[in-house]
Structure formats: structure tokens, C-alpha cells
Write a protein that binds this ligand. Sequence first.
Ligand code: BGC
Length: 517
Amino acid sequence: MAAGGYAPQGRGANYEARVTGFVICTCLIAATGGLLFGYDLGISGGVTSMEPFLKKFFPSVLQKQSEAAAHDSAYCKFDSQLLTLFTSSLYLAALVASFVASVVTRIYGRNFSMFVGGLSFLLGAILNGVATGIALLIAGRLFLGVGVGFANQSVPVYLSEMAPAKIRGALNIGFQMAITIGILVAGLINYGTAKIEGGWGWRVSLALAAVPAVIMTVGAYILPDTPNSIMERGNPEKARQMLQKIRGTVNVDAEFQDLVDAVQEAKKVENPWANILEPRYRPQLVLCIVIPFFQQLTGINVIMFYAPVLFKTLGFGDDASLMSAVITGAVNVAATIVSIYSVDKVGRRVLFLEGGIQMFLCQIAVGVTIAIKFGLDGVGVLSKGDANLLLFFICAYVAAFAWSWGPLGWLVPSEICPLEIRSAGQAINVAVNMIFTFIIAQVFLAMLCHMKFGLFFFFACFVAAMTVFVYFFVPETKNIPIEEMNQVWKSHWFWGKYIPDEAVIGLTVRRLEERDG
Ligand code: BGC
């Protein structure tokens, strides 16, 4: 009952598509957009644990740390709203930018948004690298945020539209793969720059964000736009040619006709923002809000941003803390490969459900281990064995996230919306993701201070809730052509009642006409 059991039967069943080198190359280049986001996610935790950086910009935090070392609970020694604002300001900027990006993406094309994102990110990297005061530092973070907002709004949609349905999951997860590579590379760079004599290593860490920015900007400049976007912007002949090129065949009539229909539907819509609120788009609206919310409430960014701080809190040495961040980063990359291989075979739901259960169990194990070994007042000491056990559970948790909610949090919202609300839906997805990334980045250190190990139980409750939610409300979307997705909702036990018959009737009539020649 809970699984949406729709299999493509309309024109989608007649789509002809080879997996061309061209489509793989364009998708690989576009996916590098994820590097921007990943590099950011990975770099700030390490930088904010470097003493010279704190001394220059946040001397009060340093002072608090040494006081805490003397008498306070170790759980609280990093708690500073100003310090977390450095990490989280970026996500506020990204949130606002994603709405602007949705308009740019629709009117000027997906690749243009990627280009704007790359440029803004480049500017942010330069400002951060040369920052002499907190104002420039935050200004740089805001430009980086605009870059992330534009990239995250446009890249997943680009990938989902370019990819043939049967490998859409794998190609789209290229984005998440780039995110995880960005995080890992950032961790390695922090590990190296922390050792630079003279205390300016943090500058190198921040300025190197220019590298993914240049890759993305140049990449977006040379990439073609998707046939869907070319068509939406009124150029059917060019759209057909692009479709033929990416599908590696001249026989693209079935898919092209679906594009024509999708654009006709989209044309009826004057304002995608008002439209997405209509009852017929309720499933898409709900999932574009709930999926990113739940993705962040897995608590993943507690590990991604603050792994070094967390491990330091638990008594790991400076070097060991940065190294553990590299280990979790490597697990994150490796486990993402698992989802690339399996997402179009076992489907989205299996990954969501297995990942949820594994994350839940690991979080409980981490909470219990910290509670027993480290104590309520945070004055306990972890033995080497305990520390390794903890690292093991954290890695198993990261792996589960990396093959489930990590990639699917970007894939599913980008593939469930029809063309007329796709840009708006993706902007909502990015915005909600960013709000909760911001909130968690902002309150984590305070939460750790007050909730202590209970923090892990807090996130475990959300993971349990989201797993039940997926079981009942998220239909399977593997192998369904993107412009045929309405059928999935229509045949769903719960969402079906929101979808009016007209929304799928056109398809049925056409199918009958085609059958009867
Ligand atoms: C999430 C990020 C997270 C990353 C970890 C992404 O999908 O959106 O918030 O840090 O995965 O790999």
C-alpha cells in the first residue's frame, strides 16, 4: 500500500535513449557545482577550531575555552553565537539567493544560474582569503552563500533534466558525490594548513574555495542548456536537436512530444509561486518542504561542520580531531558511491528506509557511549578503545546518511515536480534546506552545551519519524520519465486524491490514440 507502484506505460515506455558520452560528460561537469557547497561545509569546522583564526577574529571564544578547560563542563567550551554566525551566515545568504536563482533559472536557463553562482563564489573566496576584519570575513561568507544558493537551485534540476530516466538517479547523485568530495578535500586541506607556521593557514583554507569556483564558472560557460529549458524558453527546434544529441538517436519523438506537452502545461501557469500552492501540486509542495527539513534533522551537519570541535570536546587531541574529520569525510565519499550504483536498481525507497534504520541505531549507540563514558558533567575521560568505538558508530551513521538522505535529499525534489513548478519547487527545497542548515549550525554548540549526549537522542527521534514518513508518503520514482511523474501521484494511496483526473487524462487519451494508430 505504501509504495507507489507506478511503472512507465505512456510514451515513457517508448523513449529511445542511449547513454551517450556527451550526456555523461555534461552531467559530470555540471555536478562539480556540488564542490562549492561541499568545500564550504567541510572547511568552516576546521578553520573555527584553529587557534590563530580564533585569536584574530574571535578572541573571546579563545578566552572562554581556556576558562572552560579550568572549571566548566567540557560540553560548553566552544559555545559562542558569534563564532557560529561565521559558519551559518552563508546559509542565510544561500536561502535568499535560491529564490532569485529560481527566476534566473527559468528565464535565462539552468547553465546561466550555474555561471552566476560560480562567479559569486569566486568573489567570496577572494574576500575571505584577504579578510583583515570580521566585516570582510562575513561579507565573503555572504557571497559564498549566494554562490551556493544559485548552484544548489540549478544543478540538481539540470542533472535530472539531462539524464535519461533509467540512470537519472545515478547521474543526479553526481551532485552529492561532488559535495562529499568537496567536504573531504576541505578536511584534508585543513589538516595541512593547520600545521603552517606563522598562523595564516586558515587564509589558505578559505582562499582555496576559489578552485571549485573557477571549475564551476568555466564549466557552466561551456555547458549546453537542457532541452526542457530550451523548449520552455521558446526554441523547439533547438530543443529537439539537443535532445537528439544527448540521447544519441534521431528518434526522440516520444520524449520530444512529452516536452511539448509539458511546456504547454507550463505556459498555462502565470505564476509558478501561486501555482505550487494549488491542491493538485500538494504532494510536490509537501515533499519539497519535508524532505530537506528531515535531511537536516538527521543531524548530519553536526558531524560535517563540527567534527573537529566535537572530537576535541570529547578529549581527542588537536591532530586527532582534524584527522577524524578526514576519516568521516572519506566514509562519506565511499558510501555515496554505493548509492550511485544502487539508486536506479533497488530504488529510492529501499535506500531511504535502510539508511533511516541504520542512522537511528548508530545515533542511539553514540548517545549511550558518550553518556556512559563521558558522563553528564563532561569531565569523564575517553579511553582509546572508547574513542575508536565512538568513531566507528559515527562512521556507520555517516555511511548510512551518504547512501540515503544525502543524495536523495537533492534527487527526489528535483525529479518530482512538473516543468511548470520545477524551478519554484527546487527553490523551496534549497531554501528549507538552508534554513535548517543555518539553524543547526547556529544552535548546535548551544545544544551540545545544554543537552549534552541527549543531543544524539534528539536527532534519533527525528530519524525515526522520517523513516515512518517515507514508508507511507514517499512513492518510488526510479525509472519514471520526469515529464510523466504525475501518474505516480495519481496512483498513490494517499496523494492520489489530490490529483484531478484532468492532470493525467491527457496522457491516457494520447496513449489510447497512439495504441489505435
Ligand atoms: C546535505 C548537507 C550535508 C552533506 C553531507 C548534503 O546532501 O545537504 O547538508 O552536509 O550532504 O555529505
